[in-house]
Ligand binder design. Structure first.
Ligand code: FAD
Length: 307
């Protein structure tokens, strides 16, 4: 099923992002955590591609399993960094043959050890070029990335928004945001995107802070601001994982409540392949939001694969 078809039925979607486990031990942990999250009956799940050094082949294996063995609506992330048109065409056909109907198309980050993005004469240099190519040649629902605090490389917010509009015009059906910790960035971005004529859903990407040191690192890499109040609350407990978890969960509950209360079209959870924070967050949100309650209370029964 295409995610756009889910949008027709669900005003808000709740989705989880996973990355392919790297070895046997993390695969076992992944299985346990993914199993817990699947009980929450996500609207769809997504699998990252080549991010953080994970292998690209494993992304395809994992989306195959989610879709064909477990029957979940699944979206494969895909990046064009260092890929020729030929390889992209081959990979799109592979996904299509697996029955995957949803792809999150991104440019990708510069390869490890390089801080600039290499020119790619046989392929594409921007997410929008990849999106246009896939949209013109294949029948996928297409997601793309959006940056409420602007993409790190963009010279200005205005330039980034113009490029975002190009991405949507090229064929992106919806956008998912980079993580952010202060909702003012999201709402401001929604307004400005609207002014640029962007009308598709912009789903907020949320990561509950469960490890302050790691989050500070992610925030640096992605350009997300950690508000001073969060720093002040967490810094004294940075070596106390239990307290950090508690504070992080409370902050994430408040953040998601505010987003949902004010009309955000759902939440995309960056799970980091861990289940506890998302399950605890859902438990709390289920008290206020009917859609979350329904998911939280649903007892697990394996989905029936479509084919
Ligand atoms: P683009 O849209 O190509 O933009 C990159 C920069 O170029 C921006 O500064 C933009 O303003 C500028 N730009 C865009 N178009 C033009 C143009 N036509 N002319 C001039 N400038 C232009 N990375 C992975 O490796 N694997 C993943 O699975 C992954 N998943 C992600 C999921 C989400 C929801 C998000 C938000 C990001 C994800 N990323 C992933 C990270 C992403 O690859 C990086 O952020 C990357 O640097 C940008 O990709 P993009 O397609 O959004 O960039």
């Amino acid at each position: 099923m295409k995610i756009t078809e889910i949008f027709e039925k669900q005003k808000r979607t709740f989705s989880f992002e996973f990355f392919p486990p790297k070895d046997y031990l993390t695969a076992v942990k992944f299985g346990i955590n993914a199993g817990q999250l699947m009980k929450l009956d996500p609207s769809f799940v997504t699998v990252t591609y080549g991010a953080g050094g994970s292998t690209q082949e494993n992304t395809f294996n994992l989306v195959d399993m989610f879709h064909n063995d477990l029957g979940f609506v699944c979206m494969a992330h895909y990046t064009c960094v260092n890929a020729t048109r030929e390889k992209i065409a081959y990979d799109m056909r592979t996904l299509q043959d697996m029955g995957i109907e949803n792809v999150m198309l991104l440019r990708g980050d510069p390869p490890k050890g390089s801080d600039s993005f290499p020119e790619n004469p046989d392929g594409f240099n921007y997410g929008s070029d990849l999106i246009r190519f896939v949209n013109e040649n294949y029948d996928f629902c297409i997601g793309a990335g959006a940056y409420p605090e602007k993409h790190l490389e963009a010279q200005s917010e205005e330039e980034d928004l113009i490029n975002l509009r190009i991405k949507v015009d090229a064929g992106a059906d919806f956008l998912t945001t980079q993580m952010f910790f202060d909702n003012k960035y999201y709402w401001d971005f929604i307004n400005k995107a609207g002014q640029k004529g962007i009308r598709c859903r912009i789903i907020p990407g949320i990561i509950p802070i469960t490890n302050f040191k790691n989050i500070k690192k992610f925030a640096r890499i992605t350009g997300a601001t950690i508000p001073e109040e969060i720093g002040k609350k967490m810094e004294p407990y940075k070596d106390d994982p239990k307290e950090i978890y508690k504070i992080g969960l409370e902050l994430a509950i408040d953040q998601c409540r505010d987003l949902l209360d004010n009309g955000a079209p759902g939440i995309h959870f960056y799970t980091l392949n861990k289940s506890r924070a998302a399950v605890d967050l859902y438990d709390n949100l289920s008290k206020d939001f009917k859609e979350v309650k329904n998911r939280f209370e649903k007892s697990f029964s394996p989905h029936i694969p479509e084919k």
